[in-house]
Ligand binder design. Structure first.
Ligand SMILES: [Zn+2]
Length: 113
């Protein structure tokens, strides 16, 4: 078994040059790659971060409204966060959940290949 150090395709022992990129192949099995690249994590981490912030803002608003938190901070939350923003945060939480779920489902399907 040989492999291309550049594009990580594996070839039969008799092949010496990578068909895709022309790089000289190395002997042996290709080294195990990390399952996740950093770039693959941008979307799910971004969605997770936005979702958590939106969820926190949503919780603050609900907590202030129902008196779970009190004092000047609760008043600030109630006056500074109009109802339309509460709806926006709820939609953001749902959207982030959809993006994260889609990413997880895609990862699970890709893993089976
Ligand atoms: Zn190659």
């Amino acid at each position: 078994m040989s492999y291309c150090p550049k594009c990580h395709h594996e070839y039969a022992e008799t092949v010496e040059i990578c068909v895709d990129c022309g790089t000289r192949l190395r002997q042996g099995h290709r080294p195990v790659q990390l399952d996740l690249d950093l770039e693959d994590l941008f979307v799910p981490l971004g969605a997770l971060l936005c979702g958590l912030i939106a969820l926190a803002m949503l919780w603050l608003r609900v907590a202030a409204q129902f008196g779970w938190i009190k004092g000047p901070f609760a008043t600030l939350v109630e006056t500074a966060q109009p109802p339309c923003m509460t709806v926006f945060y709820a939609v953001a939480v749902i959207a982030c959940t959809i993006v994260l779920s889609a990413w997880v489902i895609r990862r699970l399907i890709l893993k089976q290949d």
